[in-house]
Design a protein around this ligand. Structure first.
Ligand SMILES: [Mg+2]
Length: 120
């Protein structure tokens, strides 16, 4: 059965790009959210196998959303999507329970590699 993924990013083109990479590699994208608050709601509703989480977003950022998701399910698998220069936030995210991170601009093989490693 294909793994179910929730994609979180405030940029629609980023969500589309990640969705495209995942769909072509046998994953099922079950939902998308444009900010952290909606990400937490969608996580509860959909209970995905994995979340890709942008860091910089309006309403609630990716690190705050990660922390809430980990409170809902301490085993939640969340991969952070960071931009260049966000190393400090990536460290915060890993300490808060993120499983890995991928850096923008995304390379499809790196995205798939990170996701497969986390799901194994
Ligand atoms: Mg963003």
């Amino acid at each position: 059965m294909s793994k179910r993924v929730l994609i979180v990013d405030d940029a629609a083109f980023m969500r589309m790009m990640i969705k495209d990479i995942l769909s072509k590699n046998g994953f099922e994208v079950v939902g998308e959210a444009p900010d952290g608050a909606q990400a937490v709601e969608k996580y509860k509703e959909l209970t995905p196998d994995l979340v890709t989480m942008d860091i910089t977003m309006p309403e609630m950022d990716g690190i705050a959303a990660l922390k809430e998701i980990k409170q809902i399910n301490s085993d939640a698998k969340v991969i952070m999507c960071s931009a260049m220069g966000q190393q400090a936030m990536v460290i915060d995210a890993i300490q808060a329970g993120a499983k890995d991170f991928i850096v923008k601009p995304f390379q499809a093989d790196r995205v798939i590699e990170a996701i497969q490693k986390v799901l194994d």
